[in-house]
Design a protein around this ligand. Structure first.
Ligand SMILES: NC(=O)C1=CN([C@@H]2O[C@H](COP(=O)(O)OP(=O)(O)OC[C@H]3O[C@@H](n4cnc5c(N)ncnc54)[C@H](O)[C@@H]3O)[C@@H](O)[C@H]2O)C=CC1
Ligand SMILES: O=C([O-])CC(=O)C(=O)O
Length: 327
C-alpha cells in the first residue's frame, strides 16, 4: 500500500466541493492504487453542512479514502498537505464579471497563502479555483513564504475542455481528437482559446474546420462566455464541470504529457511569449516527470493571437494593480 497523498480543499461544503470530494476519494485524481487523506476547510457557519458531506463520504466506504478531517483553522487544514485546492470563495452571479469578485475574495488568499507557507508539506502544490483565480493565485503566492513560485497554479482547464468540446462538435469528431489547445492569459472573458495551434486528429484545426470567420467570431466568444451561459441557464455557476477541470489539472500536472501535446494551466510566468514575468497567466505547459513543468517553446503566435494575448495580459496587469495593497 502506498503512503497517502494529503489533499486540502477549501470551500469543501460548496457546490464545487460537493462534486469534487467524491471524485478525489474514488481515485479519479491520483489513480486506483493511491490512497488519499482529505483535509476539508470551511468557514465556521458552513461547518454543519460540511459534517453532512463527511457523513456522505463515510457512506461511500471508499477503499482509497484513508481519513477525513474538517477545520476552519487554516494551519490545521493545510497541515502536511501535498495538494492545496483553493476553491472556497464567493461565486459570481448573473451580470457580473469574475474580476468583480476581487474586492470580496482577494483577501481570503492572503491568510491562506501564509498558512500554506507555515504548515503545508515541503512538496506542496497549490491550485487556485476561486475567482478571479489568476489574481487570487498571485495573492496566495506572494504570502506563502518559502514555497517556490512554480508550485502555484490557477485553473484554466475548464476553459480548455470547453474549447475542445466546441471544436469537436463543429468538426463532427470526439473531443479526444482535439489536442494542442492552449488557453492563453486570464480565466476571464478576455481569455484566448488558441485555435491556430490546435489540432484535430493530428491535423491543424484550421484545415479541418475551414471557416476562419466561425473560429474567430463564434468559437472564441462561445468559450469566453461559457461560464456566463451556464450561470444564465442553471442559475448558479458551473460546479461539476469545474470539479472535473480540477481533477484534470492535477492529473496533468502529475503525469507525463503525451508526446507533442500540451495542456493549459495558469502558472507564474517566467517571462515567456512576452507575458510579464511574475503574473499568473495561462500558457501551453508540459511535464515530463509529473513533478516539474515547463512552458512549451516555439508555439507560433501570429498577429491575431498576439493582440488577443496582449489584451488578456493587460487585464491581468490591471487586476494586479487593483490588489496591490494585498501583495
Ligand atoms: N477557475 C474556474 O474555472 C472556476 C472557478 N469557480 C469559482 O470557484 C469558487 C467556488 O464556487 P462554488 O463552489 O460554486 O461556490 P459556493 O458558494 O457553492 O461554495 C463556496 C464555499 O466556499 C466557502 N468559503 C467562503 N469563504 C471561505 C474561506 N475564507 N475559507 C474557506 N471556505 C470559504 C463557503 O462557505 C462555501 O461553502 C467561486 O469563486 C467560483 O467563481 C467556479 C467555476 C470554475
Ligand atoms: O463563470 C463563472 O463565474 C464560474 C467560472 O469561472 C466558470 O464557469 O468558468
Amino acid at each position: 500500500m502506498k503512503n497517502p497523498i494529503t489533499v486540502s480543499v477549501t470551500g469543501a461544503a460548496g457546490q464545487i466541493g460537493y462534486a469534487l470530494l467524491f471524485r478525489i476519494a474514488s481515485g479519479a485524481m491520483f489513480g486506483p492504487d493511491q490512497p488519499v487523506a482529505l483535509r476539508l476547510i470551511e468557514i465556521e457557519p458552513a461547518m454543519n453542512a460540511l459534517q453532512g458531506v463527511v457523513m456522505e463520504l463515510d457512506d461511500c466506504a471508499f477503499p482509497l479514502l484513508q481519513s477525513v478531517t474538517t477545520s476552519s483553522d487554516l494551519d490545521e487544514g493545510f497541515n502536511g498537505t501535498n495538494w492545496a485546492l483553493l476553491v472556497g470563495s464567493v461565486p459570481r452571479g448573473a451580470g457580473m464579471e469574475r474580476n468583480d469578485l476581487l474586492g470580496i475574495n482577494g483577501k481570503i488568499f492572503t491568510g491562506q497563502g501564509e498558512a500554506i507557507g507555515r504548515s503545508a508539506a515541503a512538496d506542496v502544490r497549490v491550485v487556485v479555483v476561486g475567482n478571479p483565480c489568476n489574481t487570487n493565485c498571485l495573492i496566495a503566492m506572494q504570502h506563502a513564504s518559502g514555497v517556490p513560485s512554480d508550485r502555484f497554479f490557477a485553473m484554466t482547464r475548464l476553459d480548455e475542455n470547453r474549447a475542445k468540446s466546441q471544436l469537436a462538435v463543429k468538426a463532427g469528431v470526439h473531443s479526444s481528437e482535439v489536442t494542442n489547445l492552449c488557453i492563453w492569459g486570464n480565466h476571464s472573458s478576455t481569455q484566448y482559446p488558441d485555435f491556430y495551434n490546435a489540432k484535430i486528429g493530428g491535423k491543424p484545426a484550421t484545415e479541418v474546420i475551414n471557416d476562419e470567420a466561425w473560429l474567430q467570431q463564434t468559437f472564441i466568444p462561445a468559450v469566453q462566455q461559457r461560464g456566463s451561459a451556464i450561470i444564465k441557464a442553471r442559475g448558479a455557476s458551473s460546479a461539476a464541470s469545474a470539479a472535473n477541470g480540477i481533477v484534470d489539472t492535477v492529473r496533468s500536472l502529475c503525469s507525463p504529457t503525451a508526446a507533442g501535446d500540451w495542456f493549459s494551466v495558469a502558472v507564474c510566468s517566467p517571462g515567456a511569449y512576452g507575458i510579464d514575468a511574475g503574473l499568473i497567466a495561462s500558457m501551453p505547459i508540459r511535464t515530463e516527470d509529473g513533478k516539474t513543468w515547463s512552458v512549451v517553446e516555439g508555439v507560433e503566435v501570429n498577429a491575431f493571437s498576439r493582440e488577443k494575448i496582449d489584451a488578456s495580459i493587460a487585464e491581468l496587469n490591471g487586476e494586479k494593480e487593483a490588489v496591490k495593497h494585498l501583495l
